[in-house]
Design a protein around this ligand. Structure first.
Ligand code: URA
Length: 408
């Protein structure tokens, strides 16, 4: 049976719900070995899946754990997810904006993966911040202050945890059917009524092309229809890092600047406004035009930042104690011109090499290190100008700035 199923998918044939259920639950229960599951995942990666197979897989994922409902919390609960990128601190900005407008936000976030950072790691750079909330705590907090950001509870889609860990080490991360069922199962199991998904493409994203991002987006909308959840998607470019900072504490500080209305003219601000607008439009069932006004107003009047402070305090964090390394290195331009591109993937690799994420599972994250971009795409540069500042623990020697900045 095990080999028949792998073979069937290897030949590009459709697997039934029963076959998928047998295989995936067999793996979760320890009856199917890593190498057999790896084989099936690779066959899925190469041959894809039909919509029917993706719906089956999503159901199998959801049914593997608890399904939350939060019926007691009044209002339309809108969730947001990103497929992951470099410098993506949008959740830290959007969630308080949306909550400050009276829409309940229950955000279950993840940790960094590969070169991409995770919201939970960023929040952990705030000393004391509790990232592991129990279901009851989430409910009480959202009733009290309208917002909670937490790591996924242990019982939520346990199938995703084991499959994701295996995908990460078998080059099967960027499979559209696998991404779709992974994301949508978690969103549906965590009780969201409506969902906005930021689907990223580019060298700093899981998917490289806009076409792939569109394909992923379409299937996630269809999964939403099956479960009666409105899903909107936004396709965004991840060839360039988002904003100016990459690295956990640095990113929290940057998010605070945006929330305080001090940073309103780059790709990070624009994307946050766009995503928050979608969420507010869905949560309040109003036009995007009206929603956008509310979103901008929430930043301009200080409401969004106040909600962020409230969130941090409720989860025991102390913003005064965020530590950014005081050892810095300035990286200068060896030519004059205009910045044409900043390679997101290379910036992600650089930040990771400084210690901002894990290269091996056993590594410890250094929340205080990272990269600040001093020049952005479109900026003019003179020879000797500072292009970026590295926040480090020890000197770094082998940086090829031309790999990161394309200046012409
Ligand atoms: N984010 C997820 O949660 N799952 C994936 O498979 C990819 C991105």
């Amino acid at each position: 049976m095990i080999l028949d199923i792998i073979n069937k998918k290897r030949l590009g044939k459709e697997l039934s719900y029963k076959e998928l259920d047998y295989f995936f639950n067999g793996y979760l229960n320890g009856e199917i070995a890593d190498y057999q599951m790896s084989s099936l995942l690779m066959a899925i990666c190469i041959n894809g899946m039909t919509d029917e197979e993706i719906f089956s897989l999503t159901k199998i994922f959801i049914d593997s754990g608890e399904v939350l409902d939060f019926y007691d919390i009044e209002g339309i609960k809108v969730d947001k997810h990103s497929t992951g990128g470099i410098g993506d601190k949008t959740t830290l900005i959007i969630a308080p904006i949306v909550a400050s407008l009276g829409i309940p936000v229950i955000k279950m976030s993840g940790r960094g993966l590969g070169y991409t950072g995770g919201t939970i790691d960023k929040l952990e750079s705030i000393p004391g911040f509790r990232v592991n909330l129990k279901d009851r705590e989430i409910e009480r907090q959202v009733k009290d202050i309208g917002i909670a950001i937490t790591a996924q509870t242990r019982d939520l889609v346990p199938m995703d945890k084991v499959i994701y860990a295996l995908r990460d080490v078998t080059a099967t991360v960027s499979s559209i059917p696998l991404i779709a069922s992974s994301i949508m199962s978690k969103k549906i199991a965590s009780g969201a009524d409506k969902i906005i998904i930021d689907v990223k493409y580019g060298n700093g994203a899981l998917l490289r092309t806009k076409e792939e991002a569109k394909e992923l987006s379409n299937i996630m909308i269809k999964i939403g229809e099956v479960y009666g959840r409105e899903v909107r998607t936004l396709i965004s470019d991840m060839n360039t890092p988002l904003g100016t900072c990459i690295g956990n504490a640095l990113e929290v500080k940057e998010a605070i600047e945006v929330l305080k209305g001090k940073e309103d003219s780059n790709n990070l601000y624009d994307l946050c406004i766009e995503l928050a607008t979608e969420m507010v439009s869905m949560g309040k069932e109003i036009s995007k035009e009206d929603a956008k006004k509310l979103v901008i107003d929430s930043i301009d009047t200080g409401k969004a930042y106040k909600k962020f402070e409230e969130l941090v305090k409720y989860q025991d964090g102390d913003l005064r104690d965020i530590v950014v390394s005081n050892k810095t290195m300035k990286i200068r331009s060896n030519k004059a011109g205009v910045v044409k591109k900043i390679n997101a993937l290379e910036v992600g690799k650089l930040s990771l090499s400084l210690g901002s994420g894990k290269i091996k599972k056993t590594d410890r994250i250094d929340y205080s290190v990272g990269v600040k971009l001093n020049k952005l795409v479109g900026d003019s540069v003179k020879e000797g100008d500072i292009l970026m500042t590295l926040y480090v623990k020890k000197d770094v020697y082998d940086i090829n700035v031309n790999n990161i900045f394309e200046i012409d």
